[in-house]
Design a protein around this ligand. Structure first.
Ligand code: ZN
Length: 450
């Protein structure tokens, strides 16, 4: 079993005690962490040793909400509300094919790696003509080498049924459930070391039927996989729910069997105290997407209140069409800023922000026992951030440098014991090639090249 030692670096383990080392080392055996401790590493005859001087080691970041395909439609509908933005983009998204989806996903995944992400979820809910686009993005994730949680999304409530998406963007409910079952059967790996777990993910209250939500929950629980959807993102959604279902979005989810500790929900911006308590009682997690909420002017999620109530909270970059930066590390700072704009300077600390982006994300994905902190026995998903350049050198506290400082270069990114970024350079992909392919995908979906 290959041994890797990362040494001479600061370490924020994000373990339950918040253990940190000013100068320490991490020993990795195969795909697991063998030890984390202060001081120099012991001698080891065959280990590869990485000198982490000037760096901070943290758990790899866990991105809990994304729409990778949107890498092909960035920079559009810049000043729209969520509903206006969706109505502008739906017609373009009906042109998605395997190649566009693969190349957009590869670009988004490479970019996530370059911002310290070792695990990501992706919510894919468009399947024009029944194309197997989930497999296209799974192939991209295998190449880039991130731990992947693809969510087989769906929409069955088109405009003619009172929904928001055009009818040609939605699928038939039986076709959705068959394809979702098939995706679990073919791709889902429940093992503790899993690099790929599938979730069941109807899109949102205004694009899916109650029947699809209810039957999706049954399917997910029968297949022992997790459930994901969007909820309480905007006041327009709240108005839609009250008009159509006669209740708010959280109450609606409860009615269709969606509140449980096997579900995590994107956004949760507009939540009452009662709704926060409901989520806490159920153990349902929230994927907080601060940059996307800012870009669409959706509002500020009550993260402090959610944490105080005991709701598990992770972070998500959300789709790159509503958040062109897509840098996962930036979400740490964005989460802290939004919490403090709403609640003052003590509303969220830099260490709480780092915990949201690591162990909080692991909780959303049901993997707290395996990832999200640097502890002996956990999977070796590690980010080593370079903090000795012009932008960071001399900042008093390395965790503050990471969260409050400019985006830090990733010196080393280990996923499942394997280097994805090494010596500051990607090893599993070429960023220029990914960028060029993504640009072609963007031209094709815009109709410029067919
Ligand atoms: Zn989303």
């Amino acid at each position: 079993m290959a041994t890797l030692i990362i040494e001479n670096c600061a370490i924020a383990t994000v373990d339950p005690d918040g253990t940190e080392h000013t100068l320490g080392h991490i020993v990795v055996d195969g795909n697991r962490i063998a030890g984390v401790a202060a001081g120099p590493a012991p001698p080891h005859p065959h280990a590869r040793r990485v000198d982490g001087r000037g760096c901070l080691a943290t758990p790899g970041l866990v991105n809990t909400h994304h729409h990778l395909y949107q890498w092909a439609t960035r920079g559009l509908a810049q000043d729209s509300t969520l509903f206006g933005w969706l109505q502008h983009l739906y017609p373009m998204w009906t042109r998605l094919d395997e190649q566009i989806t693969h190349d957009a996903a590869a670009a988004g995944l490479g970019w996530l790696a370059m911002s310290g992400t070792t695990t990501t979820a992706d919510h894919h809910y468009l399947f024009p003509g029944g194309a197997d686009l989930l497999t296209a993005e799974i192939e991209a994730a295998r190449t880039v080498g991130l731990r992947f949680h693809p969510c087989r999304g769906s929409m069955d409530r088109g405009q003619s049924a009172g929904g928001l998406p055009p009818d040609d963007a939605v699928e038939d409910i039986d076709a959705i459930l068959d394809a979702t079952f098939e995706a679990i059967d073919r791709h889902h790996d429940p093992s503790p070391d899993s690099m790929l777990r599938v979730a069941v993910a109807p899109c949102s209250p205004f694009s899916v039927s109650s029947e699809l939500l209810a039957r999706s929950a049954e399917l997910a629980r029968a297949g022992r996989v997790r459930m994901h959807t969007h909820i309480a993102e905007t006041l327009d959604e709240e108005t839609f729910c009250r008009g159509v279902h006669g209740c708010g979005p959280v109450e609606y989810l409860e009615q269709v069997g969606w509140l449980g500790d096997d579900a995590w929900l994107a956004h949760g911006v507009h939540l009452s105290e009662t709704e926060i308590k409901q989520l806490a009682r159920a153990g349902t997690a929230i994927a907080h997407c601060p940059s996307s909420n800012g870009r669409l002017g959706a509002g500020i999620a009550p993260v402090r209140a959610l944490l105080d109530a005991g709701v598990p909270v992770g972070l998500g970059v959300d789709g790159p069409a509503s958040q062109e930066s897509g840098l996962m590390a930036e979400e740490l700072r964005q989460a802290l800023y939004l919490a403090r704009i709403a609640g003052g300077p003590e509303a969220l600390s830099v260490r709480e922000a780092l915990a949201l982006g690591t162990v909080g994300g692991a909780r959303c994905l049901g993997r707290e026992a395996e990832i999200g902190s640097l502890e002996a026995g956990k999977l070796a998903d590690i980010a080593l951030w370079r903090l000795d350049g012009l932008g960071h050198r001399g900042i008093a506290d390395p965790v503050a440098a990471l969260v409050l400082g400019p985006p830090a270069p990733v010196e080393l990114l280990i996923v499942n014991g394997r280097p994805v970024i090494d010596g500051g350079s990607p090893r599993t992909f070429d960023p220029i090639e990914l960028a060029l392919r993504a640009e072609t995908a963007a031209r094709r979906i815009a109709g410029g090249i067919r």
